[in-house]
Design a protein around this ligand. Structure first.
Ligand SMILES: *[C@@H]1O[C@H](CO)[C@@H](O)[C@H](O)[C@H]1NC(C)=O
Ligand SMILES: *[C@@H]1O[C@H](CO)[C@@H](O)[C@H](O)[C@H]1NC(C)=O
Length: 373
């Protein structure tokens, strides 16, 4: 059923069917997404930027084998979470299809290349930085209230699930972009982490202030182990220790910051928690430590790319492309395959507190079931 609603949604886009013709998705919980390329599902298609995934072989494993703007061979992690909450995929905010009933499904504001800091991803030119994503969220709320009235709009937002994925680019595309980067001369690593987390805290306060009440916040993944970093820094395929140290130091401090925020907004750290920490590093580490245990052939080589570890440059139609995407953890030099995303999404749903804390998505869905009766 989830697969068929995905197909219906894609078909609707392909045929330019009016939004009202989509299935009655308004019954499910709305879903809002903020962040970077790990969760962008097509906003950058509408922008003049080099950070894009709108041409083949991106999307090779979607039903019509067409690129959608997702940085994956197929679905990304938020598509799979939409399936879990019983919803159709959320549309990118810039999509002209996002209107009418489709607004009730939520909206995806993410934009590949961005970070917590405004100067992260500056090389990608025209991308939607996080403060702009929040401005779009305000705009979305106005549109929703205009169509459905302020009470229903507040119910949709307050009953929604929200996810934000940021931070990886603040290391990869800022602090460690080049040796002796401006930021690395300005800050030691511990001070930089403190700085970006204090900025992040303000972003999260603002999302809460706009009415979001269940907010999944992902940590930084194993950025030293992605094929791009192996290609540049590793002789033998071992992960880059400096980048790994950065994510190791960042993640527990991010979790502590979320605990402070939960206390600040009066939700405590238990079942009432507004902010939920997702340990994507831990989720990925499992595959990286033992890819075969998860049915992967490699967690080092990208499926689509060129050069060492297939991790150099971007994935294009002239790249070397693997035959079986399901055997690879990494689709391109930075982003997971749909199959890896599926395992990650399963961890969101049923993982222990080592993976998602203070509770997993299935607990959240159970606790919040009255919101959607
Ligand atoms: C980033 O840019 C926005 C919008 O111009 C601004 O409000 C915000 O303060 C900036 N953040 C930092 C850390 O400079
Ligand atoms: C996570 O989900 C599973 C399955 O629904 C549940 O049994 C478990 O208790 C949950 N764990 C936590 C820490 O919430």
């Amino acid at each position: 059923m989830a697969a068929s609603s995905w197909q219906v949604a894609l078909l609707a886009v392909a045929l330019c069917v009016l939004p009202a013709a989509l299935p009655a998705a308004s019954a499910a919980r709305a879903f809002f997404i903020f962040g970077d390329s790990l969760v962008d599902n097509g906003n950058n298609n509408y922008l003049l930027t080099s950070a894009r995934a709108d041409s083949w072989p991106y999307g090779i494993d979607t039903p019509d084998h067409r690129a959608t703007g997702r940085f994956s061979n197929g679905k990304n992690v938020v598509d799979l979470i939409s399936e879990q909450i019983g919803s159709v995929p959320v549309l990118p905010y810039l999509s002209p299809e996002l209107d009418g009933q489709n607004l009730l499904v939520g909206a995806n504001f993410a934009s590949a290349g961005i970070g917590i800091l405004n100067d992260t991803g500056i090389q990608f030119a025209n991308i939607i930085r996080i403060s702009k994503q929040l401005t779009y969220f305000e705009q979305y709320k106005h549109r929703l209230a205009k169509l459905y009235g302020p009470e229903r709009a507040a119910r949709v937002v307050g009953g929604a699930l929200t996810l934000i994925t940021l931070g990886g680019n603040d290391f990869v595309n800022n602090y460690y972009l080049v040796p002796y980067s401006a930021r690395s001369r300005e800050f030691s690593l511990p001070d930089y982490i403190k700085y970006i987390l204090s900025e992040y805290k303000q972003v999260l306060r603002r999302i809460h202030g706009l009415g979001a009440r269940r907010i999944l916040v992902t940590g930084v993944g194993p950025i030293g182990c992605v094929p791009a970093e192996l290609a540049m820094h590793s002789l033998d395929g071992s992960c880059d220790p400096e980048l790994q140290r950065a994510s190791e130091a960042y993640n527990p401090q991010m979790e502590a910051m979320l605990n402070e925020l939960n206390a600040e907004v009066g939700s405590g750290g238990g079942n009432g928690a507004v902010f939920v920490a997702v340990n994507t590093r831990r989720m990925h580490d499992d595959f990286i430590a033992d890819p075969k245990a998860y049915g992967f052939v490699t967690a080092k080589e990208a499926c689509c790319g060129q050069g060492r570890f297939n991790g150099i440059g971007i994935c294009t139609m002239v790249s070397s492309l693997c035959a079986n995407r399901d055997e690879y953890v990494f689709w391109d030099a930075f982003h997971p395959t749909e199959r890896a995303n599926r395992l990650i999404a399963q961890n969101y749903l049923t993982g222990s507190t080592d993976y998602i804390s203070p509770m997993n998505l299935s607990t959240i869905l159970h606790l919040d079931r009255h919101l959607h009766d």
